[in-house]
Design a protein around this ligand. Sequence first.
Ligand SMILES: *[C@@H]1O[C@H](CO)[C@@H](O)[C@H](O)[C@H]1NC(C)=O
Ligand SMILES: *[C@@H]1O[C@H](CO)[C@@H](O)[C@H](O)[C@H]1NC(C)=O
Length: 350
Amino acid sequence: MRAALVLLAVWCLLELSWAQRVSQLQWLARLRGRWRRPQAQWADGRARDCPLECDCPVRFPEAMYCHGRNLHHVPYVPSHVKYVYLQGNRITGVQDGVFDNATDLVWVVLSQNRLDSQKIGKKVFSGLKRLERLYLDHNQLTRVPPNLPRSLTDLRLGHNSISQVRAEAFEGMTELSTLQLHANSIEDAGGAFQGLSSLAVLDMRRNNLRKMPENLPERLHQLYLGSNKIESIPADFLSTRPKLQFLRLTGNMLTDKGIPSNVFNVSTLVELDLSHNQLERIPIFSRDLENLYLQANRIKEFTLSSFCRPGDMRHYSQLRVLRLDANRISARDVPAEAVYCLRLAASIDV
Ligand SMILES: *[C@@H]1O[C@H](CO)[C@@H](O)[C@H](O)[C@H]1NC(C)=O
Ligand SMILES: *[C@@H]1O[C@H](CO)[C@@H](O)[C@H](O)[C@H]1NC(C)=O
């Protein structure tokens, strides 16, 4: 009798600890998105082929999360996955074949890895006919990967070591609307952007550009060129195409000589950043310009005719923000008539 009781007690203890262990495992497994039992609920058993290194949440079976786990290579991507997150690993290459079955991929995030151009398969992305976003920023790429899908809308290549852009690098990418190439060492992008008929935003800050990019597509409305070595702007840069609304040229080497007299007198421009250059005069602007940054230049004179026609009190400037601080003028140099011409300006910093 006593023996039976002891046995029962031991059995209960075992049962308890087993149950605890199982529930612990369940908890762990669920946390990792790899709990297998409810597979019947998914009907198609999709999570089965999730690579061990990654999580494929039951509730979002189209996503595969593999970020921040010290991976050295891209795991095999199963065919049902549309979104794959691989950022923050130590991946150096993308070997041919990893995406061969994943032809439905829409996003591939490979930011913050150690990607090396030599180790990117030549056709590794070319079969992804539905790929819209490809994030390859913060890597060690020295060139734009070849054979990128023409379906891309958002391509991020910032913070790499790209120094040259081949003329055909973006060939046929007519869906591309955002292209980030900032923080590389590009000296001249040639005509590489010419065929990008949907391109709206081009970010080329922090490169080694000595001149304005050429043959920009017509749809482009935001162009970021800060922190380059640009000395001049072609006279027709804004009047022909593109129809830019936002142009940022802070931290370049622009002088008065490099600014043709009517280059900024275009009604499409809404925001213009010319701060941290070497201008001595205020150029002529269209009355439609709303935000103007001219701080940290060498401007010696406040010329109201840069904003309004002298004596014309009816047509005033649309400027809301005007920064002229850190130049060689003071508030005393601003003429009284500025009140009429710049009547919408909420702040004028001198
Ligand atoms: C790729 O997909 C095919 C067809 O769905 C399948 O038979 C094959 O096993 C998959 N390849 C791998 C490596 O999973
Ligand atoms: C700026 O352009 C407008 C419209 O094209 C033109 O009428 C005006 O004379 C130009 N301003 C200057 C100062 O040339």
